[in-house]
Design a protein around this ligand. Structure first.
Ligand code: TMO
Length: 317
């Protein structure tokens, strides 16, 4: 009897690694990480990819605009988006989570702001800034061929209701939408070189703050009602008579199938948590130090090796 027990125990012990392995291999489907069109998001995506690879997952990157990413996630073409910003994406994100089309994989500890921004020398040309009312007096200073006689506000492809805000606050500006972050920074660099008045979309955390002194415009404080209730705020006839949220959140999104797997990768995604400083540094590796995204991700992990432990669940190491 004792002998048979021992044989059974031995057979079990011999099979155990195979059983565990089978289970893990079964989990390790390719993970599709959505990349957008500004630097920190792409570097953070690659850092996340490196962490998944570290656990043995094949990883692919799926470039997508922020507007197309919701369809990609809800149809399971993309599994993960690591930088969902409150200021530009809260509306869609909250709706999709509520409808059960995507999963909220939790917040980063970073707080964010996305807003009209100018380099400090502009305050001499437009006194009264950062108060938005100053822009009523000096919009013509920001004039370009594109907008004359109005001022130009340079923005990116991230679906901000800027035209609605300009209308509601009665500002003499036209919105020029550029293709990506890089185009915005070219406009900033060219203006800064000759100290020409410029006002553009910017955000924090970002590398820009480590290179250029500047400020966000202070519009009336954001409240959700501002975007839905015309009678809220200064302009009784129109919505959007306010700025974007300050101290906004930054979250991670996952597809339902990725979340349902409850795999090591999904649990790792929930642990992944960047601070403002970590995000700004990640972006600066590319936009200041001129590394490729991949090089930046590798350098970032080298400088922050603890994430390979902290952001990998204990039973997945
Ligand atoms: C989403 N973004 C950081 C570009 O505002």
């Amino acid at each position: 009897m004792e002998f048979i027990k021992r044989v059974i125990a031995l057979v079990f012990l011999l099979l155990l690694p195979a059983l565990v392995n089978a289970n893990q291999n079964h989990e390790k489907k390719t993970i599709n990480i959505i990349t957008n069109n500004w630097t920190s998001q792409i570097v953070l995506s690659q850092v996340t990819g490196e962490i998944f690879k570290h656990m043995g997952y094949p990883v692919k990157y799926l470039p997508s605009s922020t507007s197309d990413q919701w369809g990609a996630l809800s149809h399971g073409l993309g599994d993960v988006q690591v930088e969902v910003w409150e200021g530009t994406m809260a509306g869609m994100f909250n709706r999709m989570v509520k409808e059960g089309q995507i999963v909220n994989a939790g917040p980063h500890s970073a707080t964010t702001r996305e807003e009209w921004w100018y380099p400090d020398y502009v305050e001499e040309i437009c006194p009264g800034l950062p108060d938005w009312r100053a822009l009523k007096e000096c919009s013509s200073q920001f004039q370009t061929e594109f907008s004359a006689p109005f001022g130009t506000y340079f923005s990116g492809p991230w679906e901000k209701p800027d035209a609605a805000r300009i209308r509601a606050l009665v500002l003499d500006f036209k919105v020029k939408i550029l293709k990506d972050g890089d185009e915005l920074w070219r406009v900033l660099e060219a203006a800064d070189k000759i100290k020409k008045p410029v006002i553009l979309f910017n955000w924090t955390p970002n590398w820009v703050e480590s290179v250029y002194a500047g400020k966000f415009v202070e519009f009336p404080d954001y409240e959700p009602d501002c975007e839905t209730n015309p009678s809220w705020g200064l302009n009784e006839a129109f919505t959007h008579d306010c700025g974007n949220p300050k101290g906004g959140w930054l979250k991670k999104a996952a597809s339902n199938q990725f979340a349902d797997s409850n795999s090591c990768a999904f649990r790792s995604l929930r642990l992944i948590n960047f601070t403002n400083r970590q995000i700004a540094t990640a972006a600066a590796l590319v936009d200041v130090d001129e590394m490729s995204y991949q090089e930046a991700a590798e350098a970032w992990i080298k400088a922050n090796p603890q994430v390979l432990k902290d952001w990998v669940p204990k039973d997945c190491r």
